[in-house]
Write a protein that binds this ligand. Structure first.
Ligand code: SF4
Length: 437
């Protein structure tokens, strides 16, 4: 139900209890500043979303009587973790107290309360239902995991995916693999050639936050990869196998093994899509994978600007230009190219970023933007990359609309598309498409 006025600000008592403050309307944040959120941007918090209290932070709101901006002194600020397939348009607005702890690696979207419901400024950017929490049955997942471990008793990768990823980290991709459907994760690299500030698989000891999962500790063989991916491609609906997962380093460091696996897989079947999620650091390796049969690439980036990208990725032996080249290489082979675009309101929708992204799309003939919520403490991130002010901003939604107008064939989403969607009717051939017929 569209809102007639802004929702009330929320605060916590520091013990996990959340309350609305009916003297303050909720605001949003972009860059370092608080803003009133357009009423049309608020949607009910989608199923699967979470609400977080932010210790050492006071929420900023609009006084319902005076219209003045002021802090909520009643408790800690609150933010929303919005579920996959949705993109947040504003961060939570708060003031950080001295000695406040760095927040863990989650996204912190604005949130408010009205009509007995949580509201967030967000859009559903992806129709595909592959990570909807309503679609996960824990009993079926446990049974599927046990069956896969039985089917592949000597496969270290299946053991890692089922015991760690599926049953411990509850990774949505590993759970879909246990259910024999859609996108199957294939981690392969224990090492990385970048040092991302917000790396989810490795955080240096001196940092106060921890990585959300541990990195793979072994190098799988091509045989181990082929053994379970061929049956998945043959049997699963909308099958995709994806190298490059959150529980590893950089897959291109294992390109020879991945090439060998792709060649062997394509000897067995031409079904489905073979995708790689990567930092795009090695275009020569990417070329070799395209020649072996790679169908699609997703290059992760926090920005289309070199001077914003490199302070975040802190690359060892490559540069921003290499990731652009990797996208061009796959495009040259007729493959599908996406960017895994970490959305940070105030940075992403700045005029400078918008111009740089237009250039990236034109230069690489990019096929898709996956508008992903950036899982990082906003103050920590901007402090670490040295951004003290963000310049003119246009709003994430407006930016999406402008790019869609200029590049009508450019697709928006949150997940790697299946081959049926890439080669077929993009708007009607995907997991859950029956819901839209
Ligand atoms: S590229 Fe991936 S694995 Fe490597 S440091 Fe960055 S987030 Fe971590």
């Amino acid at each position: 139900m569209p809102l007639q006025r802004s929702p009330f600000l929320l605060y916590s008592d520091g013990k996990g209890n959340i309350y609305e403050d009916e003297t303050l309307y909720a605001l949003g944040r972009a860059g370092w500043d608080a803003f009133e959120v357009p009423l049309s941007d608020w949607i009910e918090l989608p199923d699967g979303g979470n609400v977080y209290e932010l210790p050492g932070r006071r929420g900023i709101g609009i006084d319902v009587h005076t219209g003045e901006m002021r802090l909520c002194e009643k408790g800690w600020a609150v933010a929303a973790f919005i579920p996959p397939a949705h993109t947040g348009l504003f961060l939570a607005a708060y003031e950080t107290m001295d000695n406040a702890p760095t927040l863990p690696l989650f996204c912190y979207t604005a949130i408010g309360w009205q009509n007995d419901a949580y509201y967030v400024p967000a859009v559903r950017i992806e129709k595909d239902i592959r990570q909807e929490c309503a679609g996960y049955d824990d009993d079926k997942i446990a049974a599927g995991a046990a069956q896969l471990l039985q089917n592949y008793p000597h496969n270290r990768l299946v053991k890692h995916l089922m015991e760690n990823c599926c049953m411990t980290y509850h990774c949505p991709a590993a759970r879909n693999f246990s259910l024999g459907r859609w996108e199957c994760p294939v981690p392969s690299s224990p090492a990385c050639n970048a040092n991302c500030i917000g790396c989810i698989s490795f955080q240096p000891e001196e940092e106060s936050i921890v990585s959300t999962q541990d990195r793979l500790t072994f190098k799988p063989t091509a045989e181990e990869i082929v053994e379970f991916t061929v049956p998945h491609l043959l049997e699963a609906p909308y099958p995709i196998i994806s190298f490059g997962q959150g529980c590893e380093g950089e897959p291109l460091l294992m390109w020879e093994t991945i090439r060998e696996a792709i060649i062997a897989i394509r000897r067995h079947t031409d079904k489905g899509s073979i995708n790689i999620n990567t930092n795009g650091s090695n275009p020569v390796a990417v070329k070799a994978l395209c020649e072996a049969g790679l169908n699609s690439i997703r290059v992760s980036t926090n920005s289309a600007r070199k001077h914003i990208y490199e302070p975040y990725y802190r690359p060892n032996n490559y540069a921003f230009e290499d990731i652009i080249e990797s996208l061009k290489v796959v495009n040259g082979y007729g493959g599908w190219t996406s960017i895994n675009y970490f959305v940070f309101p105030g940075m992403t929708d700045s005029e400078e970023e918008y111009e740089a992204l237009r250039k990236l799309i034109r230069d690489t003939d990019l096929k898709m933007i996956q508008w992903r919520n950036f899982n990082i403490d906003p103050d920590w991130y901007m402090g670490k990359i040295g951004v003290h002010e963000t310049g003119e901003m246009m709003g994430i939604k407006q930016m999406m609309d402008l790019l869609r107008e200029e590049f009508p064939r450019l697709r928006y989403g949150y997940f790697n598309p299946s081959i049926e969607r890439i080669r077929g009717d993009y708007e009607s051939d995907f997991a859950g498409s029956e819901r839209y017929r």
